[in-house]
Design a protein around this ligand. Sequence first.
Ligand code: SF4
Ligand code: SF4
Length: 175
Amino acid sequence: MSRRKPRPRLAGELAAAAAAYQAAAVIPHCPECAKPCCKLESLVLELEWKQIKSFWRLDESRPAFDRRLAAGKAPREIREAGGLYYVHGKPCPAYDDAGACCRVYDQAIKPAGCSDFPVYEDGNRITADLRCEAVDLDALTESIARAVGPGFRIVRTADEEFPFIVSLTLKRKTG
Ligand code: SF4
Ligand code: SF4
């Protein structure tokens, strides 16, 4: 279930292009990935309470868990901030290491951020996370260019603070 508002046509085309790239170039590579993102060695996983409760198989209430977390008695890889939970430094409990796959892949409980990683649409641009070894920026740029047609050029910009995050922004060609 998507929580996003309906997209304008161009954003919809970009979202479809991002999903097509993931399906063609990223997902087939996951079983042989040298650094699976789900191990959370370099990535931080953002979760809601429902996912914390499900993934860690908790039977306590949220306030009780938060008290345990604040007392340093909850899994140390979990941090809370602003009503969300952030996990880093240990594999996601939903990760099947032997099968190199996600146990909740097709389920509604799967976090939205997991579906977005490593390539997603964000308005009139695509964001790519180069921490995923399957992302080929040139190939991604070509596939986006094919999807939106010749009326646009694509400008790449790396994030100043996190240079592995690259934006591919569409600019309308003039003249
Ligand atoms: S880092 Fe990329 S290729 Fe590796 S498991 Fe994650 S999505 Fe798949
Ligand atoms: S929920 Fe699935 S896709 Fe997301 S980090 Fe955990 S194992 Fe990976």
